[in-house]
Design a protein around this ligand. Structure first.
Ligand code: IMP
Ligand code: MG
Length: 182
């Protein structure tokens, strides 16, 4: 794909804004078909904020009226991914007991973040928990977990844009890309 410029950095586009929008429509229809009444969307911050914002509007377009809350998690990794642990940096506000919950995250990689979020909401008494990710890096899994809804399978590169960062940069890009040169 075409490399593009962002503040003098070369980013190779992996998924364009148009491809993302189309795929989010597909995922929204899959979620609607799952018939989860009284749905609460829990966006895992920071990375998923752009995806979640587009997804809830796509959910509206297929007839759903989800509530939304945010859970800020941080994964601390050492040299190897297997030493990572997840911490709550900022907790959500709404109660999940007896609710159908859709956890939304940007990338499913080792699986630790999503597994942590799932366990947390299960321990708080959620009725049904479904998970939705923009990108799935399948071969990087350390914990056995799959997302119920996935927009794209992701190549084995570090990606940025569409909410995702590298050292706090590039979240503003409207596409998902790979940093080729800084
Ligand atoms: P996991 O716990 O290993 O599944 O990590 C998932 C989290 O790590 C994601 O929610 C992202 O915040 C972050 N992450 C993993 N891979 C990338 C990447 O390629 N670019 C930006 N963030 C990433
Ligand atoms: Mg994240």
């Amino acid at each position: 794909m075409q490399p593009s410029q962002a503040a003098s950095t070369e980013i190779r586009v992996i998924f364009t804004a148009e491809q993302i929008a189309t795929q989010i429509g597909v995922v929204a229809r899959q979620i609607a078909a799952a018939k989860l009444d009284n749905l609460l969307v829990v966006a895992v911050l920071k990375g998923s904020f752009v995806f979640a914002a587009d997804l809830i509007r796509a959910l509206h377009n297929v007839g759903l009226s989800p509530e939304i809350d945010f859970l800020t998690l941080s994964s601390y990794r050492k040299a190897t991914a297997s030493s990572g642990t997840v911490q709550i940096l900022r907790d959500m506000e709404l109660l999940v007991a007896d609710r159908n919950v859709l956890i939304v995250d940007d990338i499913l990689e080792s699986g630790r973040t999503l597994a942590f979020a799932k366990d947390l909401l299960a321990a708080r008494g959620a009725r049904a928990i479904r998970t939705c990710v923009l990108l799935d890096k399948k071969v990087r899994r350390a914990v056995q977990i799959d997302a119920d809804f996935t927009a794209f399978d992701c190549p084995e590169v570090f990606v940025v844009g569409y909410g995702m960062d590298a050292g706090h940069r590039f979240r503003e890009l409207p596409y998902v890309g790979h940093v080729v040169k800084t």
